[in-house]
Ligand binder design. Structure first.
Ligand code: AMP
Length: 116
């Protein structure tokens, strides 16, 4: 058995974090190391998918829910509702937690960098 991911441990209440919002299949938290004025994480409650490619292949409706939830959160947490949605995919692309999650960045982004 693999260890539960940090996000599963947050969901299970083993690691403290404020759950900002949730749906049947998703929850949102603030990133502990923000890279933008607003930096949220949208995380599926299931740990079945390591990255966005697995979600897209196995459950495209879940991917659509992630995008819609990110949009809703950006509307609530930023002045303009604009956001950058990032899925780091693979260790060499900066992925450190292999339980799929979307970074939602917003609130006064100025540069065009694609990095989180
Ligand atoms: P990634 O590098 O794309 O896999 O993203 C993992 C993200 O999880 C990083 O941006 C971390 O800052 C964030 N993170 C790690 N531990 C926590 C935590 N306990 N609460 C909130 N965010 C976390």
């Amino acid at each position: 058995m693999t260890e539960p991911s940090i996000f599963t441990r947050i969901l299970d209440g083993e690691i403290p974090a404020e759950i900002l919002a949730e749906t049947d299949r998703l929850f949102a938290i603030r990133d502990i190391a923000p890279q933008a004025p607003v930096h949220l994480l949208v995380v599926p409650k299931t740990a079945d998918y390591r990255d966005v490619t697995e979600v897209a292949a196995a459950d495209p409706s879940l991917l659509a829910e992630i995008v819609a939830f990110a949009n809703e959160l950006a509307g609530q947490h930023t002045d303009d509702g604009d956001f950058r949605l990032i899925f780091n995919t693979g260790a060499n692309a900066g992925q450190t937690v292999f339980h799929v999650h979307a970074h939602v960045l917003g609130g006064g982004l100025t540069e065009k960098s694609v990095g989180a």
